[in-house]
Design a protein around this ligand. Structure first.
Ligand code: G16
Length: 539
C-alpha cells in the first residue's frame, strides 16, 4: 500500500560538488532522506517508464537507505530498479551499469572519500542517464523542490533480502538484484591487455592494492587476484566495512599513511595503489615514490598508445582548473585538444559525450576516461600496471623519464579546514574584488601576470561561475583558490600551488613551494582573517 506522509522542508539539501553529502546523523533525522528522494522524483516525468540503479560503498546506513529508496521509488511508480548485490556498487561500476543498460539514472550511496560510521559522513550521488552526476540545472531544480516539499509517498512493502540475485516486486515496481562486478570486469578486459597484465602480476612483481575497507575490495579481489593472478593477499583492507574499519578512506599521503609508510620502507613492494570508499579516486605509489594526481594524468596521456583501447588515437584531454598544467604540456606536444573545467567530474561529461575528450583528471586523486562518466580508481591502477608491463620500468623511472622530457610541475594543495562559512565566503569575495589590483605586484619574488575568477562556458548548456580564483605569475607558477564542495564541517579553503621547472627535478615539493605558499597566504590574508598560520592539511 502507498502512504502519503506529511513533512516539512529541510533548508540544507543543496547538492555540492558530488551530490548531497552530510554528517550521517544529519541524514538520520526524521524524513531527511525521504524529503530529498521525493524531491528528486518530483523533477522526473513519466516515472512509470523509468529505471534506476541503486547501490553504495557499504558505509553505515547504506543498507537501510537502499530499502527506503526502493519504497519511495515504488510509491512514485518507478518502472524498474536494479540493486547491487549486498547493496554494493562502486561509483565507476555504477556509471557503467547505467550506460550499458540505458538506465535513466542511479543513486550511489556514498560520501566518497569522507569517513563513515554513525559519527562520520553519508551521501547520495544522484546520477542521470548520462551515467554521471546531475548537471547544475538539474540539481538546482531538485534543491527548489526540497525547499517547498510538504509530503512524500512511500510504500509499506517489506524490506528485501539483497544477498540473493533475484527479482522482487514492490507495488508495480520490479526490483532486480544484480551482480555489481561482472560487467565492470568485462569492460576492463576490453580496454586493457589482460594476458599481458596477468604475466606481470603472476610473476615476481610485488603488488599491493589497498581498498581502504571500501567498495573496491571485492572488485580488486576479483580483478587483481582471481583474474590477473596476483598472489592472494595482494588486495588489502578488502572487506567493505560500515565505518571503513576506522580508516578515513581518502587515498592520499595523509589518510593512507599506512600504505605510504610501507612504500617508503625496506619491505616496499614494486607498486601500490589505493582507492577511496566508492572507488573513483586513486593514489599511485612506487618504491619510495609518490605520483601526484596531476602528474598521473599527464603520464597516462603521454602513454595512451600502450593501451589496446586507445592505441589508434584518442580525442583531447581535460583537467579541472585546480589541477596542475602538466597534462597541457603533453597535450601540446601530442597535438591533442585541451580543456580546463571547474572542479567536479560532472563538468567532463559534455566534453566526453561530444567526443572532445578521452582522458580527464583532477588534482583530488581522480583520473578517468570516456569509458564511463565518473573517475575510475581501478582503471587508473590497471593503466599504470600496463605501462610497467610494457616498459619494464619502475614507477620512479617512468615519472623521472616524464619529467626529463616535459619538465616537472611541483604541486601542493593546502587545505584550511573548518573555517566559519561566513568568514570563508567574505575572504573569497574580497579576494575576487582585489584580483585586478594584484597584476604587476611582486610577492616573495613572484610577480603576478594575470589574476581572474575562473568562469567556465560549457560547450552544451551553461556558463558556470564561482569556480575559484586563479593567480598566474610571470615564471609560469600559479595559485588557485577555491572553497571545497564536499566538506561537512564548516568551510574548507583550498589553495593549489604549482611551480614549473626544467631542472631541480628531485627536490622536496614543500621546500620548492615554500615561498609561493607563503605568498598565497599573504595574497588571501588567510592568517589575519582566520587565525591560521599554516594549512591544516597539505597533500
Ligand atoms: C568529488 C567530485 C570530484 C571533485 C571533488 C572535489 O569527488 O566527484 O570531481 O574533484 O569532489 O572535492 P572538493 O570540492 O572538496 O575539493 P568525490 O571523490 O568526493 O566524489
Amino acid at each position: 500500500m502507498i502512504q502519503t506522509i506529511n513533512t516539512v522542508p529541510y533548508t540544507d539539501q543543496k547538492m555540492g560538488t558530488a551530490g548531497l553529502r552530510k554528517k550521517t546523523r544529519t541524514v538520520m533525522q526524521k524524513n531527511y532522506l525521504e524529503n530529498f528522494l521525493q524531491s528528486i522524483f518530483n523533477t522526473i516525468p513519466d516515472l512509470d517508464k523509468k529505471s534506476f540503479l541503486i547501490g553504495g560503498d557499504g558505509r553505515y546506513m547504506n543498507k537501510q537507505a537502499i530499502q527506503t529508496i526502493i519504497k519511495i521509488a515504488a510509491a512514485n511508480g518507478v518502472k524498474k530498479l536494479y540493486v547491487g548485490q549486498d547493496g554494493l556498487v562502486s561509483t565507476p561500476a555504477g556509471s557503467h551499469i547505467i550506460l550499458k543498460n540505458h538506465l535513466d539514472g542511479g543513486f550511489v550511496l556514498s560520501a566518497s572519500h569522507n569517513p563513515g560510521g554513525i559519527d562520520g559522513d553519508f551521501g547520495i550521488k544522484y546520477a542521470t542517464s548520462s551515467g554521471g552526476q546531475c548537471q547544475p540545472s538539474e540539481s538546482d531544480a531538485i534543491y527548489k523542490q526540497t525547499q517547498t516539499i510538504s509530503e512524500y509517498k512511500i510504500s509499506d512493502c517489506p524490506d528485501f533480502d539483497l544477498t540473493k540475485l533475484t527479482v522482487y516486486h514492490c507495488e508495480n515496481t520490479e526490483i532486480e538484484v544484480i551482480d555489481p562486478y561482472i560487467d565492470y570486469i568485462e569492460m576492463m578486459k576490453n580496454i586493457f591487455d589482460f594476458p599481458k597484465l596477468k604475466k606481470l602480476l603472476s610473476s615476481s612483481f610485488r603488488f599491493v592494492f589497498d581498498a581502504m575497507n571500501g567498495v573496491t575490495g571485492p572488485y580488486g579481489k576479483k580483478i587483481f587476484e582471481e583474474t590477473l593472478g596476483a598472489p592472494v593477499g595482494s588486495v588489502i583492507n578488502a572487506v567493505p566495512l560500515e565505518d571503513f574499519g576506522g580508516l578515513h578512506p581518502d587515498p592520499n599521503l595523509i589518510y593512507a599513511k599506512h600504505l605510504v609508510d610501507l612504500m617508503y620502507s625496506e619491505a616496499a613492494p614494486d607498486f601500490a595503489a589505493a582507492n577511496d570508499g566508492d572507488g573513483d579516486r586513486n593514489m599511485i605509489l612506487g618504491q619510495g615514490f609518490f605520483v601526484t594526481p596531476s602528474d598521473c594524468l599527464a603520464i597516462l596521456t603521454d602513454n595512451y598508445k600502450l593501451i589496446p583501447a586507445y592505441k589508434n588515437g584518442i580525442y583531447g584531454v581535460a583537467k579541472s582548473a585546480a589541477t596542475s598544467m602538466a597534462v597541457k604540456r603533453v597535450a601540446d606536444k601530442l597535438n591533442l585538444d585541451f580543456y580546463e573545467v571547474p572542479t567536479g567530474w560532472k563538468y567532463f561529461i559534455h566534453l566526453m559525450d561530444s567526443n572532445r575528450i578521452t582522458f580527464c583528471g583532477e588534482e583530488s586523486f581522480g583520473t578517468g576516461a570516456s569509458h564511463i562518466r565518473e573517475k575510475d580508481g581501478i582503471w587508473a591502477t590497471l593503466f599504470w600496471l600496463s605501462i610497467i608491463a610494457d616498459t619494464n620500468k619502475s614507477v620512479k623511472e617512468i615519472v623521472l623519464q616524464h619529467w626529463k622530457k616535459y619538465g616537472r610541475t611541483y604541486f601542493l594543495r593546502n587545505d584550511f579546514e573548518n573555517i566559519p562559512q561566513e568568514t570563508a565566503d567574505k575572504l573569497m569575495a574580497d579576494l575576487e574584488k582585489k584580483l585586478p589590483t594584484l597584476i604587476g605586484k611582486e610577492f616573495n619574488g613572484y610577480t603576478v601576470s594575470e589574476a581572474y575568477p575562473f568562469i567556465y562556458n560549457d560547450p552544451v548548456d551553461h556558463t558556470s561561475t564561482q569556480n575559484g580564483l586563479i593567480v598566474h605569475f610571470t615564471d609560469g607558477s600559479r595559485i588557485v583558490y577555491r572553497l571545497s564542495g564536499t566538506g561537512t564541517n564548516g568551510a574548507t579553503l583550498r589553495t593549489y600551488i604549482e611551480r614549473y621547472v626544467t631542472d631541480k627535478l628531485l627536490e622536496d615539493p614543500e621546500i620548492m613551494l615554500e615561498t609561493l605558499s607563503a605568498a598565497s597566504r599573504t595574497i588571501s590574508e588567510i592568517t589575519s582573517r582566520t587565525g591560521k598560520e599554516r594549512p591544516d592539511i597539505i597533500t
